[in-house]
Design a protein around this ligand. Structure first.
Ligand SMILES: C[S@@+](CC[C@H](N)C(=O)[O-])C[C@H]1O[C@@H](n2cnc3c(N)ncnc32)[C@H](O)[C@@H]1O
Length: 330
C-alpha cells in the first residue's frame, strides 16, 4: 500500500512540469495581464497579437480547467480570486515571479547535461541578462521577500545600530523591513549597477528613499564600502562556492567597525544535506544557474566565518524555508 502511494506521489511530481509550463507560457505571453483588463475570446487575442488560434484555444482551455481562468461561452477572464495576484499593476502581483520562473525553466532544462559533465556552464552563466530579465528577478525577490521579510527581520535585533550595509541587496526588501523596524537605522544597498538602477527607481517612490544610499559594484572584484555597524548577506551565500564565500566574509569583516554584526539569511542544511528538503532542491537551482553555488551546513558556514575573523557565531532563527539566520560578531 505504502509503495503504491509512493509511486503515485512520484508520478505526480514527475508530471508537475506540464501544469508549470502552461502557467509560465501564459505569463510569458502576458495572457493574465491582458485578461485582467477585461474578458476576451481566443479569436480577439489572436487577431490582436497574431498568435496561433489552435494553440491559444488549447492553452486557454487548459488554464480554465486548472481554474486560473473563467470560461463563459467563448470568452475568457481571470478568476476573480486571482485578480490581485495576476494584475501587473497590483502590489500583490506574482507576475514578476512567474516570469523569473520562466527564465529558470531554461536553466533547469540543462540539468542532465550538467550532471553528466558535458555542459559548458561558462557560456551559459556569462550570457548577458537583459533589463527585462533583471526586472523580473528583482520583482520576484520582492514578491518572495515581501511576504516574509518583516517576519524574519523581527528576529534580527538591531537595537542601537545605525548603519547597515546590505550586500547584494536586490530589491531592498530586507533593508526596507529593517528600516521600518528600526527608526534610527540608515541602509546602504550594494549590488550590480543595473540592479541598483532598477531598485533606486523603485525605492524613490517609498517613504524610505531618504534613508537609503546606493553603491554599485561586484562583490567578487570590488572593495565594499567601510564603516558599517551591521552587514547583511541575505540570500547571497548560496550563489558562491566556499572559497568565494570566505573572501566575501573577509570583505564583510573589513566593511564592519569593531563589534560590528554580520547577519546571514539563507538555508542552513543539516549534516545529511537532505534537510530542509527545500534547501536540497534549492541547491539544484544553484547547480543549474551558477558555477559554484550550493546550500551549506552550519559547520561549513561556521568554519568559513572563523577563517574570516568572526566570533560569537550563532544560529538565531531556524526554519525550513530560506528563513534561517546566522549572526556573527567582528
Ligand atoms: C538572491 S538575490 C538576494 C537579494 C536580497 N538580498 C534579498 O534577500 O531579497 C541576490 C542578489 O545578489 C546580487 N549579486 C549577485 N552577484 C553579485 C555580485 N557579484 N556583486 C554584487 N551583487 C551581486 C544580485 O544582483 C541580487 O540582487
Amino acid at each position: 500500500m505504502e509503495t503504491a502511494l509512493d509511486v503515485r506521489a512520484m508520478e505526480s511530481m514527475s508530471v508537475g512540469f506540464q501544469k508549470a509550463r502552461i502557467i509560465l507560457t501564459a505569463a510569458e505571453l502576458g495572457i493574465f495581464s491582458k485578461l485582467v483588463a477585461g474578458p476576451k475570446s481566443a479569436g480577439d487575442l489572436c487577431e490582436a497579437y497574431g498568435w496561433d488560434l489552435r494553440g491559444l484555444r488549447i492553452l486557454l482551455d487548459a488554464l480554465a480547467a486548472l481554474e486560473l481562468l473563467k470560461k463563459s461561452s467563448e470568452s475568457y477572464s481571470v478568476e476573480p480570486r486571482l485578480y490581485g495576484a495576476l494584475d501587473p499593476n497590483s502590489d500583490e502581483s506574482i507576475l514578476p515571479m512567474l516570469l523569473h520562473r520562466a527564465r529558470m525553466w531554461k536553466s533547469w532544462s540543462n540539468l542532465t547535461s550538467i550532471v553528466k559533465g558535458d555542459f559548458d556552464m561558462g557560456s551559459f552563466v556569462k550570457m548577458d541578462r537583459s533589463r527585462n530579465d533583471i526586472e523580473a528577478f528583482i520583482g520576484a525577490m520582492e514578491v518572495v521577500g515581501r511576504k516574509r521579510a518583516m517576519r524574519i527581520a523581527k528576529d534580527m535585533n538591531l537595537e542601537g545600530r545605525k548603519n547597515l550595509l546590505d550586500i547584494g541587496g536586490g530589491s531592498g526588501v530586507y533593508s526596507l523591513a529593517l528600516l521600518e523596524l528600526n527608526p534610527n537605522l540608515a541602509a546602504t544597498l550594494f549590488d550590480l549597477s543595473l540592479v541598483i538602477e532598477i531598485t533606486r527607481e523603485r525605492i524613490a517612490r517609498t517613504k524610505f528613499a531618504h534613508r537609503i544610499s546606493y553603491v554599485e559594484g561586484d562583490f567578487n572584484t570590488d572593495e565594499l564600502p567601510t564603516g558599517h555597524d551591521t552587514v547583511l548577506l541575505s540570500a547571497i551565500i548560496h550563489i558562491n562556492g566556499r572559497e568565494r564565500n570566505r573572501s566575501l566574509f573577509s570583505k564583510a569583516h573589513q566593511a564592519l567597525e569593531p563589534k560590528g554584526l554580520l547577519i546571514i539569511r539563507d538555508y542552513v542544511m543539516d549534516e545529511s544535506r537532505i534537510s530542509p528538503k527545500d534547501g536540497a532542491v534549492f541547491a539544484v537551482n544553484m547547480l543549474v544557474a551558477t558555477r559554484e553555488g550550493n546550500t551549506y551546513t552550519f559547520r561549513e558556514i561556521y568554519e568559513d566565518l572563523i577563517l574570516a575573523g568572526f566570533r560569537n557565531i550563532k544560529v538565531i532563527r531556524v526554519g525550513d524555508q530560506m528563513d534561517q539566520i546566522i549572526t556573527a560578531l567582528k
